[in-house]
Design a binder for this molecule. Sequence first.
Ligand code: PLP
Length: 429
Amino acid sequence: MHIEHMTAAQASAEIDALERDYTELGAKGLALDLTRGKPAGEQLDLASDLDGMLAGDYRAADGTDVRNYGGLVGLPEARALFGSLLGVPAEETLVGGNASLTLMYNVLDLAVNRGLRGADSAWRNSASMKFLCPVPGYDRHFTLCESLGIDMLPVPMLETGPDMDAVEALVDAHSDLRGIWCVPRFSNPTGCVYNDATVKRIAQLPNRASSDFIVMWDNAYAVHTLNEAAPELASIRTFCLDAGTLDHVFQFGSTSKITFAGAGVGYTASSVSNLAALQAHLGVQSISPDKVNQLRHVRLLPDRDAVIAHMASHRALLQPKFDAVLSGLEQGLGGRGMGTWTHPRGGYFVSFDSRPGLASGIVTLAADIGVKLTPAGATFPYGEDPSDCNIRLAPSYPSLQEVSETVTAFVVCVKLASLRQKLAQGATA
Ligand code: PLP
């Protein structure tokens, strides 16, 4: 029965039954963990051929010995491959080390401290700098901003992407806004794919913002579909060329969830002049990226088609886990008014919204019976979810059996928290 239609007596009776279920779950000594947005072992195994891939042949296509220093922008064939995943030409792509986050940090560090267009353009020259953060979003983006002293302004995420009316209003109102975070395809955590109108408006944003506004286009899940019918993402580059804003967009991606999460390849794409500035910045820290790993990747996955075929194997492993989450939520909570959740067609997460004020309590209830969930608030800047309702579920890493057990326990915690709140607020007699 829908929670809004329950009497106090009905709510109490259900709470009694749920408390028994909860005690039984507690007695099982569960040790479940739905916090880790990382590939499972079987997914990593799909790329095991990386080991030994080069078989002693360290020459890149142009004859470069990849074991040696040099080549800060990446191997030409790696630039072509990873550029094709972002839909940009090789010359607008820079291939780095094992993490796209490092590249994101470097872009922001460059913009804040040295200036993308020379020292006068450094953001730290101004009294304040702010970034737009669609929420719920990815906690590490927020950590990057915090570590560089960039203030964050949350903006609501819709099914079509960030609420662009709100985004544009904030850009008009705050001259110290320096950029926006975007995870445009299968966003973390809602899984939404930005629609074409949103992509176009984001590409046009730099024209109404301060002159050094940048879009951090983190396309971490560009090819990570869970469903053959997953929507495509429009090319931001094409819209930027129309709007004259290519200098204001940095795209990112990596093979962390294609090959090895800790030993993949990260890449970024932007205008040729931005990449030159970034290259100079990276050159202070390193003489070359790991080109051996870049070459291994190109040999394993020579082109975009090979990557897409490889991702179908990931999908076969991931889809049952997502199905288990969604069917468990539907069976336990469908029609009960105790929460809403997303139905992602790609990416790594399901985003759950409880009734307001309950997320932290649900996470604690789950923790007390051995079920670890992402801390409530983690999907918001400064860890502050004003409605205390969002919980990110990450089913990729545990086994299918563990995912099912976790969802069963999660549902009990959500029901218990919701009904107790209802009673506390005074149920209808
Ligand atoms: N960007 C997003 C949106 C992510 O969800 C993640 C990992 O969960 C990353 C970036 C991390 O990428 P990388 O391993 O390339 O640093």
